[in-house]
Design a protein around this ligand. Sequence first.
Ligand code: MG
Ligand code: MG
Length: 623
Amino acid sequence: MKSSIATVSISGTLETKLRAVADAGFGGVEIFENDLLSFPGSPRDVGQVVRDLGLQCTLFQPFRDLEGMPDGLRQRAFDRMERKFDVMAELGTDLVLLCSNCSPQALDDRARMLDDLHELGERAAKRQMRIGYEALAWGRHIHDHRDAWALVRDVDHPNIGLILDSFHSLSRRVPSTSIGDIKAEKLFFVQVADAPLLDMDYLSWSRHFRCMPGQGDFALAEWAEAIHRIGYEGWWSLEIFNDRFRAGSASGVAVDGYRSLQLMHDQVARRPRAPIAPAMPAPVAVSGVAFIEFAASHDEAAALGAMLHALGFTPAARHRRKDVTRWTQGDISLVINSEPEGFASSFDLVHGASVCAIGLRVTDVAGALARAEALGIQRFEQAVGPDELPLPGVRGVGGSLIHFIADGSEADLWAQEFPEVLTPEPAASLGLTRVDHIAQTMQYEEFLTWLLYYVALFDVAKTPQLEIADTLGLIQSQAVESPDKSLRLTLNGSQAAQTLSARFIQNYMGAGVQHIAFETADVFAAAEAAQVNGLAVLAISRNYYDDLEARYGLDPDLVERMAALNILYDRDGEAEYFQFYSRAFAKRVFFEVVERRGYGAYGATNAVIRLAAQARFRDDRAD
Ligand code: MG
Ligand code: MG
């Protein structure tokens, strides 16, 4: 596919933007007029930079308020356009984007609009230019691509065509089936943006909340499929207005953008009777968390081990040569890596004891690596010793790793690499069976980057976005889940500097795993065992339990038991959720134990209680 992006989507100076666009793999770039106005050189100089970077200038934009202007303003609009043709010639593009008229003076006179567009076509033809007409969602009289198409069709001028922009069509819920009426040769250009579904005015929604395909809620694959199906073979160009992207790094946004376009076409290719073939292996099917690896110095490894012990884990085996211990309980493997050299050691130096890698069971390791590569996700490889199995992986959140392990090969991995079986003093088991979810925390600006990373690479769906009130600010939260829920990741991004999430990022020196939840079949037995083992559990306020009893009409004895064990509760219809938390380890990571009785979410209503309880320890150096 021919991939392009508008300069307005990215932060920085025009030169920075163009370099980032070229480096990310795009073939084309739309030049936004404001970027040109603030550039110190001429439009010809910009055109030269574009070509020197191997890019094509796909479009110049925007041109506003032309069709249907009253007599006094009509000529002025044409004169303005003639000057833009000069600029376009210097830039090296023949296509300009004409937005549907928003002026309060615009006439609702279809015959006049047709006349104006015809006159414009004639002028454009003389200059070998083309006009792409786009229906803005907030256009005064034309705000639906069906009406814009009807004008373009009826003007019937070779230099006048249509531009489709997913935001304008999907925000107004214009059915994508209507694209089938458009002639491919008249569709001059396609602009792409996703967005969360919000109930607000179109202009503000578009200016501040557009995001990359995969990050929002629009049915983009269906829309893009309809465009592929009419035989369109032109550019697909991202046009994203978003305050967060403008606050982010130019290269990061460009890389995300390129990834998001590949994802959108891949989603089209995987629809029934798709009009295009997939260009990469299928989304990675995950069948569980094989292990979670902590990097920890010797001192911290001892403290972390004591905490795992209190959580009922057993140090089951040691690596054949390395200073690495495997802790197990149920189907869960936690690995503490204290090697003085290598990836884990450098990770520990930067972050302190923390999760440096996650091993995921996948059905097709080679396919997973190939998909990651096609999406521009960096591969990770480390030197492998003579008796060791290679453990392929890719870079993930905050420089941590995700390893792919062929489903069914884990027993071999453990037997081969961890032959030394330990027989420690067992702790009381908490009956933990599996990893329920892994919570990652990141800067608000990075949130959409990592959301896109997961939805692009893996066969996962995202849950609706939530906002959780911390005692000191808002946290944005969203989960990605595999179809059978064997992989659940929750992502949390903080907009305020003092939230627990933000402080985590400060303490941890970057984004990463903030907590790990384990599943048990009996949360009360687990909490009692934790007490026996001396686990430091997060204490929950008595007021919470008084409210809980009233809110759900629970049996007072049950509420008393929960209060005694600091167990939190949520209900969704008949489904119930029980959870308790450990205190944090070194202010970086904490653990959660959950019991699900048919419940599918994460107890978001309790997050504020948990955050408030944790906030009480914020200045306590022991936590
Ligand atoms: Mg547009
Ligand atoms: Mg949780």
